[in-house]
Design a protein around this ligand. Structure first.
Ligand code: DAH
Length: 339
């Protein structure tokens, strides 16, 4: 039996040296040390030994097992490290290869315009105010001096939730919300989504965006309004931009005006953008009506203010030379990523 054990050891070690893979090592382990392996079958024959010999052979068998297990482990380690070396040597990294391009998302053209306008007014010391899109009739109309029989309340234009609640038709109600909660001096712009029951076409949508502006302080004049809008127009459209005011009517301002900017396409001589006019209308504005101030808890004898409201889509379309508003909301990435 000694001899047998000796042979097992020699034979197993010889095979270990030649083993080329982890799988081969495993085969060797099973063959020599497994339940039905050679070492085990030698141990089974121990019953035939004399009592003196038994512990000696037992000890020897354990030694052989321990040695072989250690050798197997060692061989496995070596094989693994050899495999790693070979892999490293065979995998070449070509640092001159062009990298994989990652495509970054970008801001929607409307968001770009809104952010740009916000930036301009923040630079003039304005704060940003927001109000709910689902608005009380009171703020949307009543507080803005739009009485019950005013045409803009017509069911044609306004989405009513119930008698008292509407989808806001403009951002002007944020004016009332601000005046009722803040004391002058007030300088805010209020960007946001507004809703009107319009048919969808190239220039209309039932959902669009406005940016409202409101300034209330002591001694605010129409001159301040004109100066502010001129500064704004120049910052948005370029140094040489001019503005003009045409008299108009809004219930919440007195006097009121529609404000045009000189066309950024042609500078005033007439082109496709301004439809030959030389001017493009971009907003409505005026001096805040004393009625509105009073309704919102501000004494019109002490304070005065101006307000303005512009449509963002209109500005974005002409800025990016887009001829159909629907393109902005169809979410075709191929279209949107041009801007
Ligand atoms: N709310 C008006 C609209 O939706 C726009 C507007 C006009 C806002 C004059 C104003 C303003 O603040 O003073 O048509």
């Amino acid at each position: 039996m000694r001899e047998q054990l000796e042979n097992i050891k020699i034979q197993a070690e010889k095979e270990l040296v030649n083993a080329q893979s982890i799988q081969e090592l495993e085969n060797i382990r099973v063959r020599f040390l497994g339940k039905k392996g050679e070492l085990t079958s030698v141990l089974r024959g121990m019953g035939a030994l004399s009592p003196e010999e038994r512990p000696v052979i037992g000890q020897m068998a354990n030694d052989v097992r321990a040695i072989l297990e250690a050798r197997l482990d060692e061989a496995a380690r070596q094989l693994a490290s050899k495999e790693r070396q070979e892999k490293l040597a065979s995998e070449v990294i070509d640092i001159s290869m062009p990298g994989r391009k990652r495509s970054f998302g970008k801001k929607h053209p409307l968001t770009q315009v809104i952010d740009e306008i916000k930036e301009i007014f923040l630079g003039m010391g304005y704060q940003i105010a927001e109000g709910p899109e689902i608005e009380l009739d009171y703020y949307n109309f009543e507080a803005m001096n739009i009485p019950k029989n005013h045409p803009s309340r017509d069911v044609q234009d306004t989405f009513y939730i119930d008698d008292n609640v509407v989808l806001r038709t403009h951002t002007s109600p944020v004016q009332a919300r601000v005046m009722k909660t803040q004391k002058p001096p007030i300088r805010v712009i209020c960007p946001g989504r507004v809703y009107r029951s319009d048919e969808v076409d190239a220039t209309h949508s039932p959902v669009f965006h406005q940016i409202e502006g409101l300034v209330v302080d002591k001694g605010v004049t129409m001159g301040d309004l004109v100066g502010t809008l001129k500064e704004f127009a120049r910052a948005l459209l370029g140094e040489n931009t001019n503005i003009r005011l045409r008299p108009h009517h809004f219930p919440f301002t007195e006097p009121s005006a529609e404000v045009d900017v000189s066309c950024w396409g042609c500078g005033g001589s007439g082109c496709r953008i301004c439809k030959g006019e030389g001017w493009v209308e971009i907003l409505g504005a005026g001096m805040v009506s004393p009625k509105v101030l009073r309704e919102c808890g501000i004494n019109p004898y002490e304070f005065s203010g101006f307000a303005f409201g512009m449509g963002v889509e209109r500005i974005a379309l002409s800025r990016f030379n887009i001829d159909d508003m629907r393109l902005l909301t169809e979410n075709d990435v191929r279209f949107l990523k041009q801007f």
